[in-house]
Design a protein around this ligand. Structure first.
Ligand code: DC
Length: 225
């Protein structure tokens, strides 16, 4: 039987990390965890309940009211994010959540809450997890760490096409601003900022399609399994 490993995929917003992580997990029959969805669900709860991001006590209390779980959705082949037993997979992708999630993800109490759950999910390995701090903080001993990057203009274009399919009124400028804003907060925050782990392999997919990057990452994984 082949060895089960942990694959950590980190990188900037809209680099295609989740698509790659999901494809690898499917190919290897591993569990796929989109940790960004967890921060988005927490942000959604905070926004719905008007939690003041500067009030540590309110934040601690709110976290005790939040139950997160993933549930496989056979129609998409992906696990949906549930917040207190409500499927929030669509709601967490809305722009009003995207515009606030980086502030929520920068809070130490929120990170402790999410990271503990992520570590428990990976305890028996056989997992592909994507995020910003997976190779540096969540699983510093992951066997394979991939740091994904792409040119910002390409990332904007990809994200814009994805969002415009659902909302034709969306502007490319707003998508570009949101990406730049999130990248800045994610990489400059005090707690677990986005950075490349020293032992991560870089995957720049600016000029690659999904199949090409999948093949490359699969080769890296197979060499370790
Ligand atoms: O990957 P995403 O765009 O869905 O992530 C949403 C936000 O959560 C993003 O601003 C960065 C943050 N995040 C994080 O801080 N740590 C993670 N492991 C995953 C996401």
């Amino acid at each position: 039987m082949s060895k089960k490993i942990i694959i950590a995929i980190d990188g900037f917003s809209s680099c295609g990390k989740s698509t790659l992580a999901k494809a690898l997990a499917t190919e290897l029959s591993y569990v796929f965890i989109d940790t960004g969805a967890m921060y988005r669900a927490i942000a959604l709860y905070f926004l719905r309940n008007s939690i003041d991001f500067n009030n540590e006590e309110a934040i601690e209390k709110a976290l005790t009211q939040i139950k997160l779980h993933f549930q496989f959705n056979p129609s998409t082949g992906k696990s949906d994010m549930y917040l207190n037993n409500e499927n929030v997979e669509q709601a967490i992708r809305e722009m009003y959540v995207s515009s606030k999630v980086s502030e929520v993800a920068a809070l130490a109490a929120v990170r402790d809450f999410a990271v503990a759950q992520q570590q428990a999910m990976g305890a028996s390995k056989g997992i592909v997890m994507d995020g910003r701090d997976i190779g540096t903080v969540v699983f510093p001993n992951a066997e394979l760490k991939i740091f994904v990057t792409a040119d910002p203009a390409i990332r904007t274009e990809r994200r814009y096409l994805e969002l415009a399919a659902k909302d034709p009124n969306i502007s490319k400028e707003s998508v570009s601003e949101n990406l730049a804003h999130r990248d800045l907060i994610d990489s400059t925050r005090e707690h677990s900022p986005l950075r490349q782990a020293e032992d991560a392999v870089v995957l720049d997919n600016t000029n690659m399609n999904q199949a090409e990057q999948f093949e490359l990452a699969l080769q890296w994984a197979k060499a370790l399994i």
